[in-house]
Design a protein around this ligand. Sequence first.
Ligand SMILES: Nc1ncnc2c1ncn2[C@@H]1O[C@H](COP(=O)(O)OP(=O)(O)OP(=O)(O)O)[C@@H](O)[C@H]1O
Ligand SMILES: [Mg+2]
Length: 463
Amino acid sequence: MKISIKNKILFYVFISIFFIIIIYGLIIYIGVKKNIEVDIENRLTMSGKLIKEQINPEEILILKLQGKIHERYLKKLGQLKEILDVNDIFIIDANKKVIFSLFAKKEKFFLDIDKFEINNAFKGKQTSSPFYIGTGGKYFKTGYIPINENWVAGIEINVLYEKYLKQYARLFFIVSVIALLFGFLISFLISSGISKSIIKLKEKAEKISKREFDENIKINAVEEEIVILSETIDKMKREIKEYIENKEKMATIGEFSAGIAHEMRNSLNILSGYAELIIEKTQDEKITNYAVEIKKNVWKFNNFLNNFLTYTKDFTPEFIKADIKNILIKVINEFFKGEENIIKIEYDDNEKFIKDVDEYLLKKAFYNIILNSYHAVSRNKDKKILIKLLNEKDGRIKIIIRDNGIGIDEKIKDKIFQPFVTAKKEGVGLGLAITYRIIKEIHKGEIFVDSQKNIGTEFTIVL
Ligand SMILES: Nc1ncnc2c1ncn2[C@@H]1O[C@H](COP(=O)(O)OP(=O)(O)OP(=O)(O)O)[C@@H](O)[C@H]1O
Ligand SMILES: [Mg+2]
């Protein structure tokens, strides 16, 4: 599923605000609840004191008689009930029997539940029950006020919990809506800014595909990442431009050279033919040597022409599955016959090294590297060229070609893959340039080199 940056930002902001609101709501809820409870406890303590003042323990027994004293208690505690805004005031005896209540109905279902609090009250401690939901979904709480070891007075208060909660819910709802609207507005502004920069970048990038390389890709966005992206695309643009220009130049050279190379080869063949004729006909040793020299140089020039054409040519490779190990063995057998004690290949016999490759071109690439190594070790007493083949974990194949030769000349170390870079008297400097094209461009592989003066050189190819 694809999702636009704009929607993604909106989604994340929505989720964040949602969680902030939930946490904020919970904190407020806990705070409000705590405040209400403290408030109720205070009410109970204060009411308890007032009620206690109005009750004379000596009169309590007489209350049962429902006489004048009972009337008086009904009146004075009734007034107190109104003032304190409580539900009922009652008195219980040690058996938890209600012996007085402002209500005619004396059964109190919660006395059994509040056993613990009542017992404590009989021990002289003012206590209160937990909240409970009574009739009409209202919250109640009962306070127990010790009068003496025989009597405990109770106050049943109605808590306007729902009123507070409703107020809180309303406030919470308003705050949430404002927060969400505000969040959406901010995220909309942010995401619109980013989308705008990206769209601008996209339009500029499209110009690259139309080869409009003069367009400056860098944009002045606020977002650091977009600026980095635009700089990267700009760098890429310059590289593409350079690459295309180079390619076009090469194509032109290629076409041109292919045309004249044909003519040159004809002349070279004639030259070579005449040189051979001279060798055949003459008895003069000096002249024979001149003719041999002509033949040698014709051969060298022909070789140069071939390499030059290979480098400038646009390849149309033909890929087939092949074992890299066999390609390397062929290169050694065909071009380095008799040098098996110098050039060794190391690989696991149980493994295969299969890849889709153009065998002809890959042979050329390996040959160029091995030939350079062969030249590099030529003055050594102990000449060693070791080729290692490895199957990598990611399915790629690694080929290491190591020699103990003279090492790459420091002056050209950084540019050996460029054409016409050579440190050899008779070199052209095209061998590695061709190899580089074959490995990187044709096979999309990697090629690295590591070299130390008079110790040796190691080429690593990954296919
Ligand atoms: N194994 C090696 N050890 C030391 N130097 C090396 C090695 N391989 C390459 N070089 C250096 O890199 C240069 C460039 O190599 P490259 O094969 O491109 O050209 P070349 O061998 O000079 O000419 P040619 O076009 O005939 O191959 C060489 O001239 C040589 O100095
Ligand atoms: Mg070479």
